[in-house]
Structure formats: C-alpha cells, structure tokens
Design a protein around this ligand. Structure first.
Ligand code: TMP
Length: 217
C-alpha cells in the first residue's frame, strides 16, 4: 500500500552517530510551536512487527546474513510500516518525521553492501510505487567521528549493543555509506539538505528549523 500523499513526509538520514535521534524532540517542539502536530517514527522498527524485524537485522550475532536477506528484511519492515503508520498519517494530512527511509536502503545495501542499485530502485518502484519523502535532512560527518560517538553511546549504555551489527562494520563500509549519501543528495538537491553534523546539537537543530520553516511558510 502506498499513500496518495497529502501530508508532509520528512526523513532524517546519516551515518551511525550522526545525531539524528538527538534531534527528534527538538523537531517535535518546533512543529508544535507552529501549531502542527507531527508523527515521529523510524525504520527499521516503526511497528510491532517491525520491531521484531529490527532485532533480527541489527543483531551482531547475525554476521553471516546474506545481503539479499538483509535487503528484503528492510523491505518487509517498510511494507508493514507504510501500511500501518506512514500512509494513514500522510493521507490524513499529517506531518510525518521518519528516522531513516528508502535512501538508507539505497546507500547501505546498494553503495556500501554492493547490491545492484538498479535492482533496489526497481524493487522500490514495484513494491512502494517509488514513494520518496518531500524533505530529507542529511546529517553529514566523517565516519571515524560518527562511529566514535556511536561506540561511546554503546559503551555508556545510551545505545544497546544488541543492535550493533552495522557499527561493527569496518570504517571502509561507513566511508561508502557516507559517500553514497552525498552522491544521492547531489543528484536530488531539491529534496536533500546536507547539514554539518560536527556542529553542536543546538546549531544542527537551528539549521534544521530554518530549512523546515521555509516549507511551512
Ligand atoms: P538506526 O540505528 O538509525 O535506527 O538504523 C539502524 C541501522 O539500519 C543503521 O545501521 C542503518 C541500517 N539501515 C539499512 O542498512 N538499510 C535501511 O534501509 C535502513 C532503514 C537502515
């Protein structure tokens, strides 16, 4: 099921430790201030079924997961999430903020894992009618810095080690993820906004609100 969009679909993207999740409460407050409620959700794991799929996908014990299995599990999570959460909200005219969406699949499974990007785009078109967000905020920083942040969050309990399968990938994998994001952002400058994620969180937030304000005016 793909929505006939009426609401505003906003996604956050970036490498591990780019600070997407930190920005969510501020984004919610920003929209509330402008008199809009917003629905905040995420992939993978934005539904009860998706939470189970997320556990399988991110379990560091699943080192031998086949790339196509990984790809299709992200698609399965998305199918449930679109039908149960995103499509009804957009159809009702709501603002939806989603922590990761299809761009993550193209970048992680395509650019970084090496699956054929044409095949991933075709699948997305066949299954989800090629649904894309209206606005994508890409938090960009060097992978060494992002990974250091992510691992310190894992080590101090702020993030669970049970979900560390991607953090455990080599730096080279994350370099490909970053390069992939920058490449797709360059190809679609209307939709993507690249934000320097090395800035203090408050400055990252302010930059996001300025971008979003333009879309509300
Ligand atoms: P999160 O930690 O931001 O919730 O994302 C979970 C991990 O899943 C993160 O390492 C990126 C990865 N991922 C993909 O590889 N493909 C996808 O399609 C999505 C949505 C996430």
């Amino acid at each position: 099921m793909t929505p006939k969009k009426k609401g505003l679909f906003i996604t956050l993207e970036g490498i591990e430790g780019s600070g997407k999740t930190t920005q969510i409460p501020g984004l919610r407050a920003f929209f509330n201030e402008y008199g809009h409620s917003c629905l905040v959700t995420r992939e993978p794991g934005g539904t009860k079924i998706g939470a189970k799929i997320r556990r399988i996908l991110l379990d560091p014990a699943h080192k031998n997961m086949a790339s196509n299995c990984e790809l299709l599990l992200y698609f399965a999570d998305r199918a449930q999430h679109l039908q149960e959460v995103v499509a009804p909200a957009l159809q009702a005219g709501q603002i939806v903020i989603c922590d990761r969406f299809f761009d993550a699949t193209l970048v992680y499974q395509g650019y970084a894992r090496g699956l054929d990007r044409r095949m991933i785009l075709d699948l997305h078109r066949l299954v989800f009618d090629g649904l894309l967000p209206d606005i994508t905020l890409l938090l960009d920083l060097a992978p060494a810095q992002g990974l250091a942040r992510a691992w310190s969050q894992i080590n101090n309990g702020g993030r669970t080690e049970a979900e560390s399968r991607f953090e455990a990938e080599k730096l080279q994998f994350h370099e490909k993820v970053r390069a992939g994001y920058l490449d797709i952002a360059r190809r679609d400058p209307e939709r993507f906004h690249i934000i320097d994620a090395t800035q203090p969180a408050a400055d990252v937030g302010r930059q996001m609100y300025t971008i979003l304000k333009h879309h509300l005016d």
